[in-house]
Design a protein around this ligand. Structure first.
Ligand SMILES: [Cu+2]
Length: 450
């Protein structure tokens, strides 16, 4: 858990007269830090205007302190160890103990002061993606400000010009630092709490890594062939489930700082994209979807009425992005005779296991793997193996959950007679046309209903 010492405690000691455009080193607020990769409860505001806070999948929101009429936050850029799922950790760079960094929440009209301390071995900056800020606060190293060298603290000050869903990330050795996991979400709530309110507001950011099985460090120069597709630097089954009360109106806000687009898909419901990193989508421009593409360097937030109880898959629809630690240089053996294959392989490698001639479903069987990696397809549901990894989780829509209850409600209790079932009867062979060469006459279309 984060330490809130100093935040709530010191807020009352600071007087409005202490505030000027320039702050002294002694005024740097404490930097809370997080040691867990588990979704923390929503951080309700204790000062400033009211709003319904977001929850971050496997993450948290950064506490602040008021200093006069400024909201002060403190980000610390530093090396971190992030667990992707049980059985795999990665050495990343992030903020305040985790990668991605904490979600920052503020309100339209707020004056925000963000301290950034650099504990990395190289310089960095922070860019506020999508936010309307003065040019000198935009965070492109060299262009808008000097880079923040190791050990130094810089201050960003700006007013929240508009509400919406934004991101933050370095603009300083950007390729390396984003490939190492440095990013986070920045939510600016509308000043009017009646503007498009929702009951539950989920947030995460997508990143991708190439980490060879058995190693801990991402290969930062990779451009396309990633093997870890993550939501908040977690992969299924390590991604938090999304508990939702039946009848809740929910919002899901997704940032994408990977190197490709991700069509995210929800089962059992439809939704409308209501917000991008450019602002709110007018109602007249919204339309129903079940999949929406989240482009690279963009944010999509969708609103959905959770009116269908059950366990519903929510995932990226690129099937390779719901796999873990996947090698791509693999031949397709579907339809190849197992006997011939076994004979050929046996000559070369007597102990090798031949597989893949009927597909790759492995069920409960998992291949031996080095330490610190994850099975390609994994996860178990009440009916058996789920065979997913990567960008996949489950929306668990239940009656009667508490308002701020985000505890996993467990597997769905299906009402009797509502689950697909096996019939105990032989299936008749369908009548088929013989292959073209064996046909006596040309197939006739006459009499066929088209
Ligand atoms: Cu994807």
């Amino acid at each position: 858990m984060f330490s809130r010492r100093g935040f709530l405690g010191t807020a009352a000691l600071v007087t409005a007269s202490a505030v000027s455009g320039r702050v002294q080193a002694a005024a740097i607020p404490e930097a809370p830090t997080m040691d867990k990769a588990v979704m923390q409860p929503p951080l309700h505001p204790t000062s400033g205007p009211d709003y319904r806070p977001v929850v971050t999948l496997n993450g948290w929101s950064l506490p602040w302190r008021m200093n006069g009429d400024w909201k002060e936050f403190h980000l610390v850029a530093e090396p971190v160890v992030r667990e992707f799922a049980d059985g795999m950790k990665a050495n990343l760079w992030g903020y305040n103990g985790q990668a991605p960094g904490p979600t920052i929440e503020a309100v339209e009209g707020d004056k925000v002061r963000i301290f950034v301390t650099n504990k990395l071995p190289e310089h960095t900056t922070v860019h506020w993606h999508g936010m309307i800020v003065p040019a000198g606060m935009d965070g492109v190293g060299g262009l808008n400000q000097p880079h923040i060298t190791p050990g130094k603290t810089f201050v960003y000050e700006f007013e929240m010009k508009h509400s919406g869903t934004f991101m933050y990330h370095p603009h300083s050795d950007e390729m390396v630092q984003m490939a190492m996991g440095m990013m986070g979400m920045f939510i600016v709530h509308p000043r009017d709490p009646a503007f498009r309110p929702v009951d539950r507001d989920f947030v995460f950011i997508m990143s991708s890594y190439l980490i060879d099985p058995g190693t801990y460090l991402p290969k930062v120069n990779e451009m396309t062939d990633f093997n870890m597709w993550t939501w908040n630097s977690r992969v299924y089954p390590g991604i938090d489930p999304m508990p939702i009360r039946l009848g809740d109106r929910i919002r899901v806000r997704i940032g994408n700082l990977t190197m490709t687009n991700h069509p995210v898909h929800v089962h059992g419901h439809n939704f409308a994209v209501t917000c991008t990193d450019g602002g709110w989508v007018p109602e007249s421009a919204q339309y129903p979807e079940t999949t929406t593409d989240v482009p690279v360097g963009a944010v999509r937030a969708f609103d959905m009425l959770a009116d269908n109880p059950g366990d519903w898959a929510f995932h990226c629809h690129k099937s390779h992005h719901t796999m873990n630690a996947m090698g791509h240089d693999v031949r397709n053996f579907i339809g190849v005779s197992r006997k011939d294959l076994a004979k050929a392989v046996g000559k070369l490698a007597p102990d090798a296991m031949v597989m893949g001639s009927t597909g790759m479903a492995m069920g409960n069987m998992e291949m031996p793997a080095p330490d610190n990696t994850l099975p390609m397809m994994t996860g178990t549901g009440q009916f058996g193996p789920i065979e997913m990894g990567g960008m996949f989780t489950v929306m668990k829509i239940r009656e009667g959950l508490g308002r701020d209850d985000y505890a996993d409600p467990g597997p769905y209790n299906y009402p009797p007679g509502t689950v697909a079932y096996e019939v105990d009867a032989p299936a008749a062979e369908p009548a088929r046309q013989p292959p073209a060469g064996e046909r006596k006459t040309k197939p006739s279309m006459k009499g066929m209903k088209m």
